[in-house]
Write a protein that binds this ligand. Structure first.
Ligand SMILES: Cc1cc2nc3c(=O)[nH]c(=O)nc-3n(C[C@H](O)[C@H](O)[C@H](O)COP(=O)(O)OP(=O)(O)OC[C@H]3O[C@@H](n4cnc5c(N)ncnc54)[C@H](O)[C@@H]3O)c2cc1C
Length: 320
């Protein structure tokens, strides 16, 4: 049976930052276990024909000195660019948001396509990480970064009243290729004067990440809740009606795809960057819903995931 010093469940931004922090602090026997076929989680980019479309986070903002320092390095490496917004810039990845996650995770050991099904106390004070495949990994410390409802399902019997109250809103995103241009104004993002139920619309060609014209239409959490019983086709037809507003004369929609996020954004947050649970408190739950006490934005986002992951990594590193 494999034994690791630290297992991190989830290869989204918080898991990646927890791993990077552990490495920086000399803890190298670390493995990220990720159920999908790529790292990134909600930093998600889909390839559609010759084009690309971000369908999770579109951009991020920076309030903390820690993130600003890293962003300055990422700007120099051309991993990210200022997209729009003055005086508060919206940064985005130059190759799609998922590329940034891949670049940050490049040197970290990750076991992909591997879903964790349970975490329990094992023998000799170790934790047992049970995988859906039936395999078990033993570890001294476990950092769980899955969205809270998914994290709690791995820890049956765990009672942490504050954490149990964290709920997430869903989001539906329609991705369309246009065989001509869109009338979304440069630089390709709009969140104003939109029809009811629409949160934002993005043209990835104008954003600079896609060769062809791909347009993502984000519906609000409220709209998604109202329509979550519909089949995918029904939802996509509704969203396509919105996308059609942005066709220029003569252009048409060539392809349409849907992404349903069950856990997009936390509706309630925790005012602590992580919680320690389990009998020996060697299981840490963190992620974008865990905010530092001085977090001024007060909501889940790229930066809250980034900071929560760093705090969780530092906590485990200082325990040795
Ligand atoms: C539609 C949408 C739009 C958004 N827009 C913005 C935006 O514009 N700006 C912004 O700042 N933020 C935005 N966000 C939020 C931002 O993307 C997230 O806050 C951030 O990416 C969360 O990172 P995370 O690591 O905490 O969680 P995640 O990215 O969700 O990572 C968790 C990982 O855990 C994995 N996992 C779950 N269960 C298991 C298991 N049992 N075993 C193994 N792996 C597991 C998942 O596959 C996932 O990769 C948006 C999110 C969505 C969904």
């Amino acid at each position: 049976m494999t034994t690791k010093e630290v297992i991190i469940i989830g290869g989204g931004l918080s898991g990646i930052m927890a791993a990077r922090t552990l490495f920086e602090n000399g803890v190298e026997d670390v493995l990220i276990v990720e159920k999908s076929r790529s790292v990134g989680g909600r930093l998600a980019t889909r390839r559609i024909g010759e084009g690309k479309a971000d369908h999770g986070a579109q951009f991020f903002t920076v309030r903390s000195g820690e993130l600003q320092q890293d962003v300055d390095k990422w700007l120099e490496a051309r991993w990210v660019k200022r997209w729009f917004g003055n005086p508060y810039p919206r940064y985005t990845s130059t190759g799609g948001m998922n590329d940034l996650a891949k670049q940050l995770a490049e040197t970290i050991p990750v076991k992909l396509n591997t879903k964790v099904s349970a975490i329990r106390d094992g023998r000799d004070g170790l934790l047992e990480i049970e995988l859906e495949s039936g395999e078990t990994i033993l570890t001294n410390h476990c950092i769980v970064t899955a969205p809270v409802p998914q994290a709690l399902s791995l820890l049956p019997g765990m009672t942490e009243p504050q954490v149990s109250t964290i709920s997430f809103a869903p989001c539906f995103v329609g991705m369309f290729t246009f065989n001509g241009s869109s009338c979304i104004p440069s630089p390709g993002h709009t969140d104003e004067n939109l029809p009811d139920g629409v949160e934002r619309v993005v043209d990835h060609h104008k954003k600079g990440i896609s060769q062809s014209v791909t347009v993502s239409v984000y519906m609000t959490g409220e709209w998604a809740k109202k329509n979550e019983m519909l089949e995918d086709d029904g939802i996509l037809t509704e969203i396509q009606r919105v996308a059609e507003h942005y066709l220029t004369e003569g252009s048409e929609i060539a392809t349409a795809e849907l992404k349903r996020w069950r856990y997009a954004e936390a509706e309630t947050v925790m005012r602590s960057p992580f919680v320690e649970v389990g009998t020996s408190k060697r299981i840490i739950i963190c992620g974008d819903a865990f905010l530092r006490v001085d977090d001024e934005a007060g909501r889940t986002r790229f930066e809250s995931a980034y900071l929560s992951g760093i705090s969780a990594g530092e906590r485990v590193a200082c325990k040795g």
